[in-house]
Write a protein that binds this ligand. Sequence first.
Ligand SMILES: [Fe+2]
Length: 190
Amino acid sequence: MSAKPKFAHVVFQTSQPTEMRDWYCTVLDGHVLYQDAALTFITFDDEHHRVALLNPPVPLERKTPATGAMHHVAYTFENLDDLLDRYVLLRDQGIRPAVCIAHGVTTSMYYRDPDGNMVEMQIDRFAEPDDATNYMKGPEYAADSVGPQFDPEQLLAAYRAGASVEELSDRSWALKSALPDPMPALMGAR
Ligand SMILES: [Fe+2]
C-alpha cells in the first residue's frame, strides 16, 4: 500500500498580488508569512503556507467564466454557527458570496476572488463520511448533482429564528425560495 499524501497548499498565478493578498487574508482570516516581488505566502493555521501567490514578471490574461481552469478551493467549517459567523464577518466588510448552493451533501457559499477564482466556504451535512457517500449515490444527487441556490440572509434569519441545522441542510428548505439556476453564477458570470 502506498503512502497517502496530505493536501498542503494552493498557488495562484496573478498580476494583482496586493489585491489577492488582502482578499485572501480577509476571507481566510490569514496572515502573510513571507512576501517578495515574486511570491506571497499566506497561512491561517500551523502550516507555513496554505495559499501562495506567484506574480511573474510578464503580463497575464484575465480568467473569464469560459476559461477552462481550476474552479474553486473549498474550506470546511465545523458547524453552521462558524460558517455563518464568517459570512457575517465578511458581509460586514463588503465581501459577499457570488452564489450559495444547498448541495445536499454540503451547504456552500462561493466567493469570487479578485482574479475570478472561486472559494467555497462550506459545512458538511453528514457527520459520517459513509453517510455523505451514500447520499451522493442516491436519487436526489442523481437527479441534480449541483442542487438549488439559497439566499444566505434567509439562511441566517431562519437559523436565528430557531430552524434546525438538519432542516436548513436539506435541499427542500432551499427549494422553497425557487431561486434561479446557480450554474451561471458558479461559472463566474456577474
Ligand atoms: Fe466544492
